[in-house]
Design a protein around this ligand. Structure first.
Ligand code: MTE
Ligand code: MO
Length: 550
């Protein structure tokens, strides 16, 4: 529409995120996005581009899956960029193309990068569960957008958490108030992405949408913070309580006092990510839901939510919202993409356009396990936890030269909801025979903080491969290798892998691990029956095919 006015870039810049009337540009068009921002849930993400061109952000907005962003934008066209600010190609002149990820922190090079912008990176396979507590630098990172910038020197006073109650009342806390007013708690808890082991499902069944994680989208840390329940009580949240176990009648039916079972807690991050959990999870002291400001004895690293994040133990990590700035108590789940669309599962037949409304949002995680280290033959003596004794015994029997069939495995098992791991089963012959792995007692002597089993259980196993040793070779990943363990399944040589001899009679053998939790939940045998187009909760038995090299 050529009758619309033209604006100078200097004018457009004034319509930034702080302006009552934010504008954005795309190509030479100018849009007034004021009513979009208020009318669309999550629409405020677009404020990141206010006063500037939205073009560098398209990638992120498409990840964000804002429905038909361009079409919506067209309704808000108010004019064009002044020709004085346009170059000969008709594009805005001297406009710095801003990189939304420019302010992201420096990252540990050991992490295995899936996407750089936004940052998505998994712990290298050999490092996963090598230690009980994951080192800060190799804790997996899952960012949907950029890392918000909060000044470390002033965060205690400048970072504010807003708590909104069901009646709309708001209470604000600076970080310093949170740290000083409430008792601090420590909780040892795993975070696991719903997409952990997704690549395994893809390989077994077929295409899945999403980042193709190996076994390293899971990590364990000791978190420090205040109980969400304490903050909600201080903010004045009143809900009906069920006073005693013997009481059979419903809670008081005062309409002013809502039943907690009908409410949800929404967590909002500074960069517009949001998600929710049911309120009873937040209110129960034994559920250990934290507003965390510390990790492994230090402050939260920026990638993991500095200066404040929610920690929801036993629940899919998508609910542990980072860069936490607002909490809302509401009578429905969060309306975000990440609550209503992304983190759900479907029947294997439901195809590429499943019924998102009908499916339940993932909260408590099911039981899973994985192998993160394999040593074969003479490498077994390099296993850090292998006792000297066992090797000596083998040598004494004159079997020193025949240890080619020996195998040592290590890995993790984890279940959600605070359920502990009861047993880890290992098969070295594709599931014909089974044995039990040794569970590592990392929580001995009260070393695990918190009311339930929120951490993972590490396990170890030594055995003998089924076929007699011959001169054929296979590849094996060393625990220090950053190559995903799946390299073994393809028969490809793992990075830093060493060639080892195994039996030729049966050229390949399949190593399997599966775990059972204390509710006797176990993992499905294959991914076929739990396939879903999003590749969420890929928890089938973890299988490694160990084959001779061609
Ligand atoms: N919180 C915010 N604000 N933004 C995000 O992108 N990603 C979620 C969750 N919290 C996310 C977030 C997802 S999907 C996961 S798996 C975890 O953070 C990852 O936490 P980590 O990066 O500390 O491992
Ligand atoms: Mo995730």
């Amino acid at each position: 529409d050529p009758s619309l006015p033209r604006y100078r870039l200097s004018t457009i810049r004034q319509h930034d995120a702080h302006s009552p009337e934010p504008w954005v540009t795309s190509s030479d068009k100018v849009y007034n996005i004021t009513s979009w921002v208020s009318a669309h849930p999550g629409g405020d993400i677009i404020l990141r581009a206010a006063g500037k061109s939205i073009d560098p952000y398209w990638e992120i907005f498409s990840i964000h899956k804002q429905p038909h962003v361009r079409e919506i934008l067209d309704q808000y066209l108010i004019g064009y960029i002044d020709v004085a600010d346009l170059g000969p190609d008709g594009r805005p002149k001297m406009e710095e193309v801003e990189d939304p990820f420019e302010g992201d922190p420096k990252r540990d090079e050991r992490l295995v990068t899936l996407t750089a912008k936004p940052r998505n990176a998994e712990t290298p396979t050999g490092e996963v569960a090598r230690e009980f507590i994951t080192e800060r630098g190799v804790f997996y990172v899952r960012n949907h957008m950029w890392v918000p910038q909060v000044d470390e020197r002033t965060a205690d006073d400048t970072h504010v958490l807003t708590v909104e109650l069901p009646d709309g009342e708001e209470r604000r806390y600076t970080l310093r108030e949170l740290k000083t007013k409430f008792p601090s708690h420590r909780v040892t808890a795993v975070l696991q992405c719903s997409g952990n082991r997704r690549s395994d499902m893809t390989r077994q069944v077929g295409h899945t949408n999403g980042l193709q994680w190996g076994v390293g989208a899971i990590s364990n840390a000791e978190w420090e913070g205040v109980r969400l329940a304490d903050v909600l009580a201080d903010a004045g949240l009143k809900v009906a309580s069920y006073p005693s176990l013997t009481q059979t009648s419903p809670p008081p039916s005062d309409p002013q006092i809502p039943d907690p079972n009908t409410l949800h807690i929404h967590f909002h991050g500074l960069e517009a990510y949001s998600a929710s959990i049911p309120l009873p999870k937040a209110l129960s002291p034994s559920e250990d839901v934290l507003l965390a400001y510390g990790m492994n004895g230090g402050p939260l690293p920026r990638d993991h939510g500095f200066p404040l994040r929610a920690i929801v133990p036993g629940t899919v990590a998508a609910r542990s919202v980072k860069w936490l700035s607002k909490i809302r108590v509401a009578d429905e789940e969060a309306t975000s993409q990440w609550q209503r669309r992304d983190y759900k599962c479907f029947g294997p037949n439901e195809g590429a356009n499943p019924d998102w409304e009908r499916a339940v949002a993932i909260q408590e995680m099911p039981v899973t396990s994985a192998v993160t280290g394999v040593w074969v033959g003479s490498d077994v003596k390099r296993v850090p936890w292998m006792g000297e004794k066992r090797l000596l015994a083998t040598e004494e029997k004159g079997e020193g030269k025949k240890n080619e069939g020996e195998v040592a495995l290590q890995g993790y098992a984890y279940s959600g909801g605070g359920r502990a791991i009861a047993r880890v089963d290992i098969s070295l012959d594709g599931g014909n025979t089974w044995d039990q792995a040794e569970l590592v007692d990392d929580c001995a002597g009260g070393k695990c903080k918190g009311s339930k089993a929120w951490a993972w259980t590490r396990w170890r196993y030594c055995g003998t491969l089924p076929s007699p040793p011959t001169t054929r070779t296979i590849s094996s990943a060393s625990p220090s290798s950053s190559a995903p363990i799946q390299a073994l399944e393809d028969g490809a040589e793992a990075q830093n892998g060493t060639e080892k001899k195994i039996g030729e009679k049966d050229a390949c053998t399949e190593l399997i691990v599966k775990a059972t939790d204390t509710s006797y939940n176990s993992q499905p045998e294959t991914h076929a029956g739990i396939y879903n187009v999003r590749g969420n909760l890929a928890t089938a038995w973890h299988r490694l095919r160990v084959c001779p090299k061609c």
